[in-house]
Ligand binder design. Structure first.
Ligand code: ADP
Length: 589
């Protein structure tokens, strides 16, 4: 793998570099020590030779009698042959030189560095290239009372020679180098394996690629670190995935809610809002908006703003089991919205808007209905109470009158019974429609039965009827409810339309889904201004008169609700020739 190699190569180069520097430093140090040692040795030899020469000159009293040639015998006395001996007088003139035959012709030597040094401090030395012999020489001079003795030797302390002499040392260094390299190689191999795997992992993680959580790291500290990192990363990744999933679930859930919901950060910045929230904010503000934060600019939400201002200050603190919340209702354009705002412990908050138009309208309707029912029940109850009280107060009332009162009271109980039946029927249609068994109904028979029930009253009022429904017309519905529909319509004609009229019931059209029916009479009809309201509960055109007729004001309500339960529709109009006509549909399936 290239990464692994480059890593190991680098370590190798670093190692070689450090090793070479180290080796060279040791060699230089050794060389220097060697030089110092050899120089000291050299100087010692030269000093001895100078001393011997001095003693020789003194012993043979060579000075002053021009007999210096005799000094050549000195050469044989000295163990080393290549030592040059020069005797120089105090003025610098050469008195003798063992290497030069014509020493008398040699130049003045007073300015030679070793002589200069010896002049002031008894002895001096200097290394220099000799033009005469073309070699480096180590010169040593010693100051005696009347002359200088200078001795010199070839100076050949070179690194080359030193290295040659230290061959063993070099081999030793190379061997150590190889051994250390082998060890380093093994160590880096292990380290680089961990590093390589960690690097592979890091690259993959950086690119969000899938990661094998079971990467096999080598059994060392770096490997352990790697394994831990991968473990932590995998855990984090899992947690991240879970959060993303939860968030998506929450978001999906929020979007199928019927409520509008939005979460905000403490500074009223939106975090999450569902589409219903935006929709409701638009309806309430009467402007189309796509921003949930727009809610804070709507006058209807002033209470929310005030509530937030009060509770979101830096000072306010609250526990999670006692979160501040506000709830109120907004009524806008015939629609009702319940608004709930809750502030959480971290000062983020939630606004929940629920469309309560339907339940609210229902509630108002129910309220009205209850008071209507109470009112309707009061009248017959009051008369019953009146009759019974009269009977109780006047026990000696004659039998005929007694009978009359009892009969009237009974009639009122009948009326109560009728009223309660109608109320309960309506309630059942509205709230428990599923209780009515739905099956295929041959509608002609249902209508014919209803007419049959009223046959006496029909002929009493001289009302004719015509039934235009085929035997095979079948609708999908509840037999008894459908029967109620036709009974109510027929009874209304008998009660309100007048005598000598004609009723016509026909099935005038059908399509894929519906049968279309018409119910009409040729009676007095209904004044136009009342038409739009006659399906309302307890709505009567002439309350006093209808009550007398035994009407509860619920008949047409029952008709309409029963047809709605059958997924049909109903409308009413006055016919041009007089009389009323109801048009309605009933579903086939
Ligand atoms: P009820 O149950 O008291 O008969 P309905 O709801 O059936 O009440 O009828 C409401 C009103 O419509 C009645 O008070 C009556 O005045 C009027 N009405 C209903 N049917 C007819 C009709 N065929 N001809 C004239 N008026 C009618």
């Amino acid at each position: 793998m290239p990464i692994q190699q480059s890593f190991r190569k680098k370590i190798f180069y670093y190692f070689i570099f450090v090793f070479i520097i180290f080796t060279v430093a040791i060699l230089l140090f050794q060389l220097n020590r060697e030089k110092q040692y050899k120089t000291a040795q050299l100087e010692n030899t030269l000093e001895n030779v100078a001393e011997i020469t001095h003693n020789y000159i003194e012993h043979y009293q060579l000075l002053g009698n021009d007999n210096f040639r005799k000094a050549d015998t000195l050469k044989s006395l000295i163990p080393k042959k290549n030592i040059r001996i020069t005797v120089i007088d105090k003025k610098g003139a050469v008195l003798y030189d063992s290497f030069v035959d014509e020493f008398g012709a040699m130049g003045n030597h007073l300015q030679r560095p070793e002589i200069q040094k010896a002049l002031y401090s008894e002895s001096g030395s200097n290394i220099r290239h000799s033009e005469t012999t073309k070699q480096d020489f180590y010169y040593y001079a010693r100051n005696y009372n009347t002359y200088f003795v200078r001795t010199a030797m070839v100076y050949d302390i070179e690194a080359k020679n030193f290295l040659k002499a230290n061959r063993f040392f070099i081999f030793f260094i190379i061997a150590i180098f190889l051994i250390i390299w082998l060890i380093i190689n093994e160590v880096t191999k292990r380290l680089s394996l961990s590093i390589t795997k960690l690097k592979d992992f890091a690259i993959k993680a950086g690119k969000n690629k899938p990661i094998d959580s079971n990467i096999d790291f080598p059994d060392n500290e770096l490997g352990e670190i790697g394994a831990q990192i991968v473990k932590i990363y995998t855990k984090l990744q899992k947690a991240k995935d879970n959060i993303a999933q939860e968030k998506e679930r929450l978001f999906n859930h929020m979007n199928i809610l019927n409520e509008g919901i939005s979460f905000f950060k403490p500074h009223r910045e939106k975090m999450l809002a569902n589409s219903h929230f935006i929709q409701f904010v638009s309806i309430i503000s009467d402007t189309s908006t796509i921003s949930a934060e727009h809610v804070f600019n709507i006058p209807e939400f002033k209470k929310v703003n005030d509530f937030l201002n009060e509770n979101l200050s830096d000072k306010s603190e609250f526990q999670s089991n006692h979160l501040p919340q506000i709830e109120f209702t907004i009524n806008k354009n015939e629609r009702y919205f319940k608004v709930l705002c809750i502030i959480f412990a971290d000062k983020s908050f939630e606004i929940l808007i629920t469309d309560i138009t339907r339940p609210e309208k229902r509630r108002l309707l129910k309220q009205q209905l209850t008071s209507n029912i109470a009112h309707e029940l009061k009248t017959p109850l009051a008369s019953i109470k009146g009759y019974i009280e009269t009977l109780m107060r006047t026990p000696d009332i004659d039998r005929e009158k007694q009978h009359y009162f009892i009969e009237r009271a009974y009639a009122q109980t009948e009326r109560l019974n009728l009223l309660l039946n109608d109320i309960s029927l309506l309630n059942n249609i509205e709230d428990a429609g599923e209780l009515f068994e739905i099956k295929l109904v041959k509608i002609r028979k249902t209508v014919a039965d209803a007419i049959e029930n009223f046959s006496a009253r029909l002929s009493e009022k001289n009302i004719k009827y015509k039934l235009n429904i085929g035997d095979d017309v079948v609708v999908n519905g509840n037999d008894s409810l459908l029967s109620s529909v036709f009974q109510n319509l027929i009874e209304n004609s008998i009660k309100y339309a007048g005598a000598h009229i004609k009723i016509e019931i026909s099935n005038y059209l059908e399509d894929k889904k519906f049968h279309y029916f018409s119910y009409s009479d040729t009676g007095v009809g209904i004044p136009e201004e009342h038409l739009s309201r006659i399906f309302e509960r307890f709505y009567r055109i002439d309350a006093g008169r209808t009550r007398e007729m035994g009407g509860t004001g619920l008949g047409l309500s029952i008709v309409k609700n029963a047809i709605l339960l059958h997924k049909g529709k109903i409308s009413v109009h006055n016919k041009t020739g007089g009389g009323i006509e109801f048009l309605f549909t009933l579903s086939k399936k």
